[in-house]
Design a protein around this ligand. Sequence first.
Ligand code: DGL
Length: 288
Amino acid sequence: MTVALSKPTLTAEQPIGVFDSGVGGLTVAKAVMARLPHERLIYLGDTARVPYGTRSQATVLRYSRNAARFLLRHSVKLVLIACNTASAAALDALNQELPVGVLGAVEPGAAAAVAATQSGVIGVIGTLATVRSGAYERAIRRMRPQPDTRIEAQACPLLVPLVEEGWTAPDDAVSQLVLHRYLTELARRSPAMDTLVLGCTHYPLLRPAIERAVAELWTHPVTLVDSAQAMAEETARRLQDDHVLASANTWSDASPRLTCFVTDEARVSEVGSRFLGQALASVQLVDL
Ligand code: DGL
């Protein structure tokens, strides 16, 4: 017998819960903190089990349930799946199972792409699991049912390790070589593409490098859509609708704006700081 969890009464004082397979979701945390300066965030990076992008849907769903349960123990008012791979595999299930709202990365990214495209020809790059799931295609088609909608997705599995290594400069020869290899294939299949979704938490760090490669491979302008920005906007909307948006007066104590938990500490401070754009103050080790 399944017992439905009763909906708790939510308040503005509760933190927002954010989880990712690793530290890449800190790009989402950064965007949310910039958009909502009065909110407190509890972040969980499942660094012991990263990457999710090469694993099966069933495994990613199991890991995502563990992560969401951990965040609920911290009384979060909203769960953000700051990982495209986990969003593709687990959003529907978590939405049904959790007693609080859940936002994934795919829907806000798809909505931003639909708003940006003129031609209806949209490209998506992401991990193998995200591309295989077809989640972006489904979301984009639902939002833009017109028959001229064309979506081409390209898995780019080597981009995550490149970003973690810090090889993100637009003139980095290795990154450009790898980007050209993937994007040449996308340009061949989708020469009319006018919008490209960066469908992975790691890709915003490669944005200038991707812009450069895209400018070399497409002869017309292409708009890049970053799902971290789109998620921050959607978070603001959701909290506003639920009347639980924190304001300047919500917090009287000096607790940190971001509390970060990880399941393995190796390289977290060094790599995580790059994603957050500032030093990661304190990181606590947990077992899920
Ligand atoms: N966070 C993942 C995503 O956005 C990338 C890293 C991984 O494969 O776990 O798809």
